[in-house]
Unconditional design. Sequence first.
Length: 313
Amino acid sequence: MYRERKFHIFSGTANQQLTEEIAEHIGVSLGQAEVRRFSDGEISIYIGESVRGSNVFIVQPICCPANENLMELLIMMDAMKRASAKSINAVLPYYGYARQDRKTRARDPITAKLVADLLTTAGATRVITMDLHAGQIQGFFNIPVDHLKSLPILANYFLDKELPDAVVVSPDLGGVTRARELAERLQSSIAIIDKRRPEPNVAEVMHIIGEVKDKTVIMIDDIIDTAGTITLGARALLEAGAREVYACCTHSVLSGPAFERLQEAPIKEIVVTNTIPHHDKIIDKMKVLSVAPLIGDAIIRIHEELSVSKLFD
């Protein structure tokens, strides 16, 4: 059991099951906090124990409903700041608004930077997050950011399956680095799908770069949202001669027609993590891996002022 009086883990309502798994892994009880809603929808936070002089960790992915979960996190951090917490560590398994990280058209907002500013203003002294859609978001903060990766978890899962003639495929040019890292861990080759996105949440496959004929394909992405990219890519890979297709990602947003598309897609298995809660959003061919041990170990190391990078060895 991990015991430390000046250490607390609190959960928002976005993914309490993951927070409970993290606390269980560390060996502590969850902090006492209650989230209420007034009749007009305003959020009220009640912290049921002293956090004075404590290192506080608040676990809250900014997932759907993103605006509600973000506001809840900001209010909880403000409560901790006013209660004299020594440090306030925002644990964001999923960083919402990360896809709005740059201007692609005139007068576009950079909402990922706005969220960073809001978190800092509310009192965050450190951010722990996983697989940011754009790594440069770390630079949006003027406080420490620990950027964890689910890649070792996904790689170990596929290593245990011992898939024959495996090739790792990036569904777009932007994910090549991620695909290469997984391929190195699996000691396999890589291929790339060259796609065009005419508008948000719409993808068109152009052509496949690399050899996939008679191969077992593992497509990897950071986010599966409407599942258009993954399902379109799977069909293109099979048409190019792939033996079978697996898909994996860190953040299974799964909005809009995602479930219908994945159910009908020619994908043997979809491997995701629990950075975002799934509840009843599970189909038969979906496998959910837990990131709780990784986040729990990171929290311990941060609290004890040890190196977090050791977790990537």
